[in-house]
Design a protein around this ligand. Sequence first.
Ligand code: AMP
Length: 281
Amino acid sequence: MKILKSSSELKKELERLESKGRRIGFVPTMGALHKGHLSLLDFASKENDVVVVSIFVNPTQFNDKSDYKKYPRILEKDIEKLNKVKCDYVFTPDENEMYPEEDNREFSFGNLDKVMEGKHRPGHFRGVALIVSKLFEVVKPHKAYFGEKDFQQVAVIKHITEQMKFDIEIVSCPIIREEDGLAMSSRNMLLSDEQRANVSLISRTLFEAKENSKSLTVQETKDWVIRTINENPLLDVEYFEIVDDSSLEPITEWKQTRGTVGCVAVHVGNIRLIDNVRFYS
Ligand code: AMP
């Protein structure tokens, strides 16, 4: 496994491998790796010859500077984990490498950044689109792997991949959860023991909502989820939306849509967690 900080070096090595016909699979991350990240690597290693992971806490996607500051950075531990799985290149650029100068590129997301994460984290998806397109330009993968935990992010990335005509297949991978159902997240390590003991209510409520939805309207299901999570004094729902899985438009009746997903963001003290559940495929 090679650890590289330089884009030009990585680009050169990968272009050499590409020219020999090797298929390149790419997993972009912000580090503090857990089994959710490793599951993406697993998919990448089964479907490609070369696996590339990037670890970069991307400042432009944090609308909240204190969130950026406290985001966990544990590169040595990450490298230990990557050493135990199939991973050929770890790209660990610093800020100067990714943003040598201001990049004013703009993207158009249509409705995709007007709802949920886009609405509550202004500028977030522009930052995501910016870093992912820069990374795609360096790595030029055949396939890139993203987790459905960040459901809206996958939709945004598929959209910009098409818009920018990247010849890359975007693969979305299922959410990996802790035993009590909590969606794995790098931010979970910031939770206190008391908070950790309470946050499993989030996924439990989503799973129950899926059951309850058979006898409730969309609005009743939404109200029930928000009320149930907010009844816990440690948790504060920022939004819960039930949306069409491709347009991300909120739905008002179950029958109006084919794929339907319920997405939630919850504040736990000064930590913000997201999760989602599929109501209909
Ligand atoms: P992050 O390091 O949080 O930017 O995440 C890097 C990639 O891992 C993204 O595509 C995430 O959606 C994905 N990911 C994060 N948590 C999980 C999880 N629990 N299950 C599956 N994928 C995940």
